[in-house]
Ligand binder design. Structure first.
Ligand SMILES: [Zn+2]
Length: 260
């Protein structure tokens, strides 16, 4: 699924790559905009998509630079039509670090929103849900970008995996609980929320695409818990073998402390 990507350039050693389907999205948006608004519509809408994904990259760089500050290697940032994904060598299990690394992403969106709010403000008819005033001026473009950064920041704070909010909740729980228990409770809460939201989307609003999204979120909670459980079991397995005097492969250590 993640094949077919094109490497663009490196930012502080992190490879920025774009999934091939991203260009399909650009072509789709460009063609529709051209049909509706001609040349100017095409330029503004393609610029809007590129600006939106630039904000996605900045969000991922927020996570990445904070991770690098703690000595965690970041291999690449992959852009897909559904969003961005930063690939880390290993997410630290210290709650305070995971908390800071995770908070840094939405914080970037709110910082961008604050700067744009000072520069262009929001239109009088703005609302958080359902605002999609397609821009026909440069100011309109920046207002839509401001709106999207607010939505991106808030949506990512939902306390469900694979969103940043799920990791934030796990990190907060992990200050009191073992990491696996914290993951279990964070994933369970996320699954209950996803189930309720999915049922409401399907049977109250008849919005099946949103229901499908929450089905995906439900499964992601399971996947996160199983990934942490598997790593715990593997670690325990190798430790048990090592205790009996068998040679074992090197267990990856926690990244070295570089700061703060
Ligand atoms: Zn994020």
């Amino acid at each position: 699924m993640f094949g077919w990507s094109i490497n663009l350039f490196r930012i502080r050693g992190i490879q920025l790559a774009v999934h091939a389907s991203f260009f399909l999205l650009l072509a789709y948006v460009g063609f529709n905009a051209w049909l509706e608004g001609g040349g100017i519509g095409l330029v503004l809408n393609v610029a809007m998509v590129l600006a939106f994904f630039a904000c996605v990259v900045l969000h991922e760089l927020g996570h990445s630079f904070t991770a690098m500050h703690f000595g965690v290697g970041v291999r690449r940032i992959l852009l897909m039509p559904i969003g961005g994904m930063a690939e880390f060598d290993a997410i630290p299990r210290q709650p305070s670090r995971e908390l800071l690394i995770t908070l840094a992403g939405p914080a970037v969106n709110f910082a961008i929103a604050a700067v744009l709010w000072v520069l262009v403000g929001l239109p009088a008819d703005w609302r958080l849900f359902g605002f999609s005033d397609y821009p026909d001026t440069a100011v309109g473009l920046f207002q839509l970008l401001l709106h999207w950064n607010l939505v991106m920041g808030l949506f990512n704070l939902l306390p469900v995996f694979p969103m940043d909010g799920g990791r934030i909740l796990r990190a907060l729980l992990a200050t009191r609980l073992p990491y696996l228990r914290a993951t279990f409770w964070a994933a369970s809460l996320g699954k209950v929320l996803a189930l309720i939201a999915g049922l409401i989307a399907a049977f109250v609003f008849h919005h099946y695409l949103t229901a499908f999204l929450f089905a995906f979120i439900y499964l992601a909670g399971d996947a996160e818990y199983r990934a942490v459980l598997r790593r715990d079991l593997e670690d325990a397995h190798w430790r048990a073998l090592a205790a009996q005097g068998f040679a074992t492969p090197a267990v990856p250590e926690e990244p070295p402390l570089l700061g703060p």
